[in-house]
Design a protein around this ligand. Sequence first.
Ligand code: SF4
Length: 147
Amino acid sequence: MYELAAKKTNYPLHLGVTEAGPLLDATIKTIIGLGSLIEQGIGDTLRVSISGSPLQEPIIAKKILHEYGLYDHLPSLVSCPTCGRCEYNLPSILDKIIKYLDSYSKPIKIAVMGCPVNGIGEAKNADIGIFGTNKKIGFYYQGKFLK
Ligand code: SF4
């Protein structure tokens, strides 16, 4: 309907999946439901509908727009999925970084990587990048190894 409406009219179109459920379900349904429209440039406003705290709704909307390159006031976070090579407590460091980034509105890229094997490249390509070993964590800042 919205693809047709976008072809036939210049009226602004409001995107949203209603009654989408709790946080995880609502996020998945919203992305599946709206993603192809956003990719086509269809939609002028966006709403995320969650059964739960309404405070999450604009945050998820901003993150969706950010991933589509339509909102640049958020940092980008790259993090490794962890595997047997990860020898430090990456999830706990990642949690702290995510909490910090929640209140940060500049378009910087952060990489949090598990090991030197595949982590150095990503760490180098970020504004701030870290990778871990079983003893230490390495820091890159804008492509240069700091510490
Ligand atoms: S960066 Fe290292 S620890 Fe993380 S998934 Fe890749 S190989 Fe595994």
